[in-house]
Design a protein around this ligand. Structure first.
Ligand SMILES: C[S@@+](CC[C@H](N)C(=O)[O-])C[C@H]1O[C@@H](n2cnc3c(N)ncnc32)[C@H](O)[C@@H]1O
Length: 227
């Protein structure tokens, strides 16, 4: 069964002296995630925001593969923000900006995108393994913020385990869901239809669903085409 981590570094994982944290799942999932994102991102230019970046390993890995994109990692946990900064410095990449503090539950995220100190209209928002480990308003805030800041051809990518038509896609996800809800009754594996409903309300639509290893999915949302 999948295990969940609330704060990296407190889960027995490695902590480097400069604050770099390690997510065990990163080593298992980053190649598959990049394979799903790459067709949307390679050959493009622009800004990509990652929300709930955690250790910062995904953003650094993906930025290294896409020098023409500018990546803006973010989180709200202080140790994670430090780790993101440290991974970014360690990688010596010119296309990863300093991490933003973004709390997806704050309906006004993120002021830097309105005052000109942050990214411009976004090519993409990427969010991995967050919406099941946070209360429902975080999922709503994620989708509403993406709708605010994505450019017309922009995409929102949400990676993680999801239910389809109210049912888990694997027994292991059902067990994982129970362990999440035991940890916090407001958490839990989300249903794709519920996310779609929020998206439609803010002018986004589910354009693609990709199967990923370990019973995870990537959901891709884009703007509803105007007729
Ligand atoms: C399970 S970790 C996933 C980290 C990383 N995306 C990954 O896949 O390795 C969940 C992350 O969501 C962040 N998070 C939790 N609640 C959040 C919120 N309200 N707004 C933004 N990030 C949040 C946590 O700090 C943590 O970094």
């Amino acid at each position: 069964m999948a295990e969940y981590v609330v704060e990296f570094g407190k889960d027995g994982g490695r902590v480097e002296p400069d604050g770099r944290l390690d997510a065990a799942a990163f080593h298992r999932n980053h190649e598959a995630i990049w394979a799903a994102l790459a067709p949307y991102l390679i050959g493009q230019s622009g800004d990509v925001v990652e929300v709930g970046s955690g250790t910062g390993q995904h953003v650094v890995d993906f930025a290294g593969r896409s020098p023409e994109l500018t990546w803006w990692p973010s989180d709200l946990n202080a140790a994670h923000l430090k780790s993101i900064k440290a991974w970014s410095a360690h990688a010596h990449l010119g296309n990863v900006r300093a991490p933003l503090r973004i709390d997806l539950a704050d309906p006004s995220w993120c002021p830097q995108m309105r005052d000109g100190s942050g990214p411009g209209p976004l090519l993409a928002v990427f969010c991995a393994n967050v919406v099941h480990i946070a209360p429902w308003p975080v999922a709503e805030g994620l989708i509403a913020g993406a709708a605010r800041y994505l450019r017309p051809d922009g995409r929102l990518f949400i990676y993680g385990p999801f239910k389809r038509h109210g049912r888990h896609t694997a027994d292991s996800n059902a067990v994982f869901d129970s362990s999440l809800r035991n940890g916090n009754p407001e958490w839990g594996v989300r249903d794709i239809a519920e996310l779609e409903q929020v998206a439609v309300g803010v002018g986004l639509t589910l354009t693609d669903t990709q199967e990923m290893p370990a019973n995870n999915l990537i959901l891709v949302f884009g703007r509803v085409a105007s007729t």
